[in-house]
Design a protein around this ligand. Structure first.
Ligand code: PNS
Length: 161
């Protein structure tokens, strides 16, 4: 089985991430969306919430699994038996750090290959951090996230205000 890991913070998952995920499922038999447990980044949502939002946004699919990990992405990929890491590329600005990470990961685990997938033009400008900023100030983010994520963001921000 051709398995890939799609790692990220997904805080929260955006339509851009979902776009990349859909493209990945067109290439791989199965994709594990792997949520990084990254306390250093002080995420808005807990790992469990982020995983739930991914499940809700993806819906029923036997080709997509949602998991969490800490440590190195390549270690997680090897642990689950994936030979590919999927990363989304939005614009040139993503390229430098993605290129660096891919080469680093290749040094760490030569048998794991990073595959870059481009989002559609409509989603090229989306980012989780901008979504959070806009939502925090009451802006509408329904064009950027699934209805379930939009609802959870509104609930969380109302709770915290
Ligand atoms: O959604 P993000 O925050 O851009 O995702 C970044 C992520 C999780 C893919 C990256 O930070 C990562 O792989 N972190 C795990 C630690 C690791 O493997 N670091 C080495 C990368 S060279």
């Amino acid at each position: 089985m051709n398995l890939a890991v799609y790692p990220g913070s997904f805080d929260p998952i955006t339509l851009g991430h979902l776009d990349v995920l859909e493209r990945a499922t067109g290439i791989f038999d199965r994709v594990i969306v792997a949520v990084l447990q990254n306390p250093g980044k002080s995420p808005l949502f807990s790992v469990e919430e982020r995983m739930e939002m991914i499940r809700e946004s993806v819906g029923d699919s036997d080709r997509v699994e949602v998991a969490s990990f800490d440590g190195l992405t390549v270690d997680f990929a090897q642990k689950v038996g994936a030979r590919s890491i999927v990363k989304g590329l939005r614009a040139v600005s993503d390229f430098e750090s993605e290129f660096q990470q891919a080469l680093f990961n290749r040094k760490l685990a030569p048998s794991v290959t990073t595959v870059f997938l481009m989002t559609s033009f409509a989603n090229v400008f989306l980012s989780s951090s901008l979504v959070k900023e806009v939502a925090r100030f009451g802006g509408d983010v329904s064009f950027a996230v699934s209805p379930s994520v939009a609802r959870r963001m509104a609930d969380l921000l109302a709770e915290r205000s």
